[in-house]
Design a protein around this ligand. Structure first.
Ligand code: SF4
Length: 155
């Protein structure tokens, strides 16, 4: 599974600073996607468990969550990487353009954003959005936190 880039982000997971990893290869190709460079799987570099552990060691004093977003993923590889994050006592999050993910994948996640980008409906900051951001630890929908203080995003 290739990663196009990574960044430290402050708004994508409410109340947490996250290491965001942008996954290459998104088959959904939503019109208006802000990151079409992520549509192909042929860019970026492979992210191994060792590579992720190295990043976590570098940023562990700044982050409380690891977030995968951008393109879609290879489930077994993603689960393996989410396990690395949890082994470091970090929370885990995924932004997907799909409406559902497998129960097995959900077991390894604390936060999940589902739903493709629909320009006419807007992202999480829009009250009309089709996207849903859930805290899987308690099942709560947290969209209201984006609608009061967050920026628009098309991921
Ligand atoms: S908005 Fe997200 S789900 Fe849609 S094409 Fe872009 S990366 Fe893929």
């Amino acid at each position: 599974m290739n990663i196009y880039k990574y960044d430290i982000v402050y708004q994508e997971v409410p109340h947490h600073i996250s290491l965001a990893l942008y996954v290459c290869g998104c088959p959904l190709q939503c019109p208006g996607c802000h990151s079409p460079e992520l549509w192909t799987e042929k860019t970026g570099t492979p992210l191994t468990r060792e590579g992720l552990l190295s990043l976590l060691n570098k940023y562990c004093d700044r982050i409380s969550c690891v977030l995968f977003l951008g393109g879609e993923w290879h489930e077994q590889e993603l689960v393996s990487l989410l396990q690395v994050a949890r082994e470091q006592s970090l929370l885990t999050a995924l932004y997907t353009g799909l409406d559902v993910v497998s129960p097995e994948l959900e077991k390894h996640l604390d936060f999940l954003k589902t739903g493709p980008w629909r320009r006419e409906l807007g992202g999480l900051a829009s009250p009309n959005t089709n996207q849903i951001f859930r805290d899987l630890r308690n099942g709560q929908i947290l969209n209201h936190l984006f609608q009061t203080n967050s920026k628009e995003t098309s991921l």
